[in-house]
Design a protein around this ligand. Structure first.
Ligand SMILES: [Zn+2]
Ligand SMILES: [Zn+2]
Length: 176
């Protein structure tokens, strides 16, 4: 597992789902999200695919379509697949913002997402990186209802200071 998807808190791979506390090594798939501000990781989570799907199911249809459309309109997935396939270096998937193409080396504010099968990084659309400007634009396309689902989720699963995390634009990370 590449280091950059290790838990910053423990310095090791994530072990449990943040929502249902299942063992990720036994879960079929899981997703890891991290958000960086000023180059520092301010938020990280690991979630099993079942919890992720449960959460997606709570989002309004309208927002799900808006998120899909945004990604579809701004990302050439076919080209990405041709260039990267499923076996490039992890860094190659994270070298630029997935939606605007800005070189990640110049970025200090961004979020990353990766999908794992047990302890193996699954390569394809993931891993991905999105810059804060695009995350903000994406945030504008989703409904308040969906925003509430995210905020409530983060509040419930990250009690205490982490749930007060806000990006510079005042929103919570979007968990791509
Ligand atoms: Zn779970
Ligand atoms: Zn971008």
């Amino acid at each position: 597992m590449p280091d950059n998807f290790y838990s910053l808190e423990t310095g090791k791979p994530f072990t449990h789902c943040c929502a249902c506390d299942c063992q990720l090594s036994e879960a079929g798939m899981h997703i890891i999200n991290k958000s960086y501000v000023a180059g520092e990781c301010i938020f990280e989570l690991a979630m099993c695919i079942e919890c992720r799907e449960d959460m997606n199911a709570q989002l309004s249809e309208e927002s799900r379509v808006a998120i899909f459309d945004f990604m579809h309109d701004h990302t050439d997935m076919d080209q990405r697949e041709q260039e990267l396939g499923t076996d490039s270096n992890t860094e190659a998937y994270l070298q630029s913002c997935i939606t605007c193409g800005t070189d990640a080396h110049g970025l200090t504010n961004y979020s990353t997402g990766a999908m794992f099968s047990h302890t193996t990084l699954v390569k394809g659309p993931f891993p991905m990186l999105i810059c804060s400007a695009c995350e903000e634009k994406l945030g504008e396309t989703i409904s308040d209802e969906t925003r509430d689902v995210w905020d409530k989720f983060i509040g419930e699963h990250f009690p205490g200071p982490p749930s007060e995390i806000e990006l510079p634009n005042g929103n919570k990370p979007l968990l791509m």
